[in-house]
Ligand binder design. Sequence first.
Ligand SMILES: C[S@@+](CC[C@H](N)C(=O)[O-])C[C@H]1O[C@@H](n2cnc3c(N)ncnc32)[C@H](O)[C@@H]1O
Length: 200
Amino acid sequence: MDWESHYLDNHTPWDKGAAAPPLLEWLEANPTLISGDILVPGSGKGHDGAALAERTAASRVVGLDISPSAAGFANATHQTERFHTQTGDLFQLPAHHHSAFDWVWEHTCFCAIDLEMRDAYVEAVHFALKPGGNLLGVFYRNPYDDEHQPGGGPPHGTSNEEIVSRFVGSGFFEIVESYVPSSSYKGREELEQLIRMKRL
Ligand SMILES: C[S@@+](CC[C@H](N)C(=O)[O-])C[C@H]1O[C@@H](n2cnc3c(N)ncnc32)[C@H](O)[C@@H]1O
């Protein structure tokens, strides 16, 4: 998938111009839980990263996107001291990102990568988090159907069973909470799962 071309062509149907409603809902319910450093892989135009910087006590929010145009847009649009987006590949994290983050926020990165990269995703997030750190994410369980979005994605769907099998089964994570959020972007209602996992 050539993500950069999508941003250059301004063809970014996943981008809703605002932070993910399940993130805002979770932050409202947990206003003081987040502190320290947050990594946002596949951060796109930066709406979630900006919300995390504005609404939490995080000292640093680092967006990471493989598309230079997405990162450039995020940095030009969200001018905050505590939020910066880097251009980079989640699967080639620099050594200084090892055990560097207290939280990872996941939103439509896991569903965007190729299916065969999912275990590598688990390893990359484990690499980036400090022991005891949290992976908080909204996972798109069933993002498409063959009638309306033929071709099989991305986005690629998942299931609670697959998430447990990959993340908990890796021995790297335990699940702290998991629920269907009551707020979603239009069209994603009931199709998402909000999950918080602790890195062991
Ligand atoms: C479906 S978009 C979601 C963007 C953003 N989370 C949002 O909801 O608007 C997936 C994003 O992941 C980025 N991406 C894909 N593979 C990546 C990788 N290996 N490392 C970092 N970013 C990646 C893409 O450039 C794209 O911005």
